[in-house]
Design a binder for this molecule. Structure first.
Ligand code: SF4
Length: 201
């Protein structure tokens, strides 16, 4: 995939956008750019989980707060600690060719930490996350990302059964907070790492 134009658009909007051939290259850059003394928060992300970066960072001494990798009783506390870490790692549900990050969360911890909290953020985006515009981004999230995620989490939502969004009122609804980031907020360093592989949902 040719990322040239999307890198240009995001770099003009204050993000630090780079492209990589594969996730292993991203992991190597993260190992280099994250200091051993820095704490690392992680938002719920199949991409980050499958990259293996959290194990690598822990093995060399970083404190890593990832609520998918702790006991159930520690999940809430870990989400909060992640939002106050030095560095935050996550993915984006969708990225538009015209320069927007579009994300939908059930709780909102991940999207909040993307724009507030940790000073430095790394967002890893597989090529499958790239769409043309905001409308397509929401369509992608609701009908491509949410259904398999709902199944993975055994949520009793209509999308987990039909594979399509029904704009439900389910108690298990995973779509509560929608955030569209159009510019990198002042004082924040947001690294967008595009990868020429399909990663995550
Ligand atoms: S609104 Fe409900 S049905 Fe639609 S994607 Fe979200 S959880 Fe699934």
């Amino acid at each position: 995939m040719d990322f040239d134009s999307i890198l240009k658009v995001f770099n003009e909007r204050g993000f630090k956008a780079r492209a990589f051939d594969n996730i292993d290259q991203v992991v190597k850059v993260l190992e280099k750019e994250i200091g051993p003394e820095q704490s690392v928060g992680v938002g719920g992300s199949i991409t980050v989980k499958q990259s293996g970066i959290t194990d690598i960072l822990r093995a060399r001494g970083n404190i890593v707060y990832f609520h998918w990798e702790v006991d159930k009783s520690e999940i809430g506390k870990t989400r909060k600690l992640a939002s106050q870490a030095d560095v935050y790692l996550c993915s984006s549900n969708a990225v538009t060719a015209d320069g927007k990050l579009v994300n939908i969360d059930g709780i909102g911890n991940r999207v909040a930490s993307m724009f507030y909290g940790p000073d430095r953020v790394y967002i890893i985006c597989g090529r499958n996350k790239v769409v043309e515009n905001e409308e397509q981004a929401v369509e992608r999230i609701k009908n491509e990302a949410c259904p398999p995620n709902a199944r993975r989490l055994a949520l009793r939502t209509p999308c987990s059964k039909t594979g399509r969004c029904h704009d439900c009122d389910s108690p298990d609804r995973m779509c509560s907070v929608k955030v569209v980031m159009e510019r990198c907020p002042k004082g924040k360093e947001i690294n967008l790492m595009f990868v020429d592989q399909d990663l995550g949902y």
